[in-house]
Design a protein around this ligand. Sequence first.
Ligand code: FAD
Ligand code: SF4
Length: 509
Amino acid sequence: MRNLVLVLGDQLNANSAAFDDFDKKSDAVWMAEVAEESTHVWSHKARIALFLSAMRHFRDALRKRNIVVHYRQLDDRGNRKTLAAALQAAVRNHAPQRLIVVQPGEWRVLEQLRETARAVEVPLEVRDDRHFFSTPAQFAEHASGRKQLRLEYYYRELRRQTGVLMDGDAPVGGKWNYDAENRGSFPRAGPGELPRVKRFRPDATTREVLDLVERKFAKHPGRLEQFDWPVTPRQATAALADFIERRLPQFGEYQDAMWTDEPYLFHARISAALNLKLLDPRDVVAAAEAAYRAGRAPLNAVEGFIRQVLGWREYVRGIYWLYMPGYLDRNTLRAKVPLPEFFWTGDTEMNCLRQAITQTLDHGYAHHIQRLMVTGLFCLLLGVDPREVHQWYLAIYVDAVEWVELPNSLGMSQFADEGVMASKPYCATGKYIDRMSNYCRGCQFDPALAVGERACPFTTLYWDFLARHEKRLRGNNRMSMQLKNLTRKSADELREIRKTAQELRQQWS
Ligand SMILES: Cc1cc2nc3c(=O)[nH]c(=O)nc-3n(C[C@H](O)[C@H](O)[C@H](O)COP(=O)(O)OP(=O)(O)OC[C@H]3O[C@@H](n4cnc5c(N)ncnc54)[C@H](O)[C@@H]3O)c2cc1C
Ligand code: SF4
């Protein structure tokens, strides 16, 4: 054998650089389901199932094209538990002259592959991932010499580079950013009738995987009853079309809003398909821009959406590769409280958290504001160890791959990276959640209260957070208003708040 092309679970794209010079006669593909990838963090059953099902569909599609695929299933006899052991066995069996892989989405995996290749003495060629609009090298160049990194500048660079939403040298509509129009919440009566999202009923391959996951990972978190994620490129394209047609027009205005028992609202539900490479981000961005140009969606929605895919998605990947591996160990605020047990069960009296976590256990999904301003905010305010927060996010969402999850959780939501991702901590009282959702109406706590029996834990912990970190945050201009409000609290009130916060921390430790 000449080349053994390694295809990992988040690299399911037959047009990737790994296949550039593929020769059906002398090359083969290698794919392996290994338990370690589902257990190194305690993965949600739906996340495991999605990866395995999409991998098996990809394998079958390659075989249909007469490509030789050496595929190890989890339930095969003699299945190796780690990627390294499985690859060593494959190299022994097939004796390739060279191993080829596209840059993995996780630093740990890249290191493992490099070590394994060294151990078996076969050269490993790591190729750029063309799935993205930009490369880690481009981001590093952009970052070089800058005192502070900000999404906005990289996003504009990529808009200019790609010509997306541009009229010549100027942004379409005259502005780069329509965020101010994208912070709406629903009226008291709620969002009204929502467009139904396209669901993908499990086929025979997926059903087999669902059974396997229920058997092998019975104790893992999450439920599979409602598994309906796209697992093939064709389904992913249909999911995209469904979003563009039915939800994109309202995406902008309501992208930050939340509502009881409505996990998806106007969101796209395509992150997992993108991250597994079932969907090309160029097609996603082009479809959104085409909807605007055809008058089918307003500019604030389309720009807001494109900012997520062309902006944030590229930006966080750049951050990840620029700062790894040290990024994993960052803990600016020296937070060390363990992650409360209810994050794995949803069993809490705080309605917002119960909603966000239960929905996550049901679907492996929560939208951005639920992740940032409910679960993430709670961990930030309580002072949970960012490493544990990161491991939870990596385990629990179907779209979780470390390059995108880590900067979002450890950086954006926990402010553990010395302000690389966010210029200030995303901290707020329960009143923010009240403004953006109807969760507080169904809760025994009152978001306006920081002390007393009905005090909202978010509100108590918010003031405690500011008081605990006052010294550090003083130097940050963007925090001055919040810190000024802290000084308005009387010494007695603050003492009471801090005592209550301490009790809360003990309750969940
Ligand atoms: C703490 C935390 C952890 C997160 N972990 C992940 C993760 O593991 N995987 C992941 O793909 N996204 C992650 N995100 C970003 C975001 O929450 C999800 O991409 C989004 O909720 C996916 O749902 P959707 O497809 O309906 O997205 P929409 O809200 O409809 O957005 C459209 C697309 O934009 C991209 N996008 C949106 N926000 C971001 C962002 N902040 N960073 C990168 N891409 C973005 C996604 O590809 C998404 O599919 C995280 C955010 C936070 C705050
Ligand atoms: S009152 Fe506080 S705990 Fe209850 S839903 Fe609102 S923000 Fe969450």
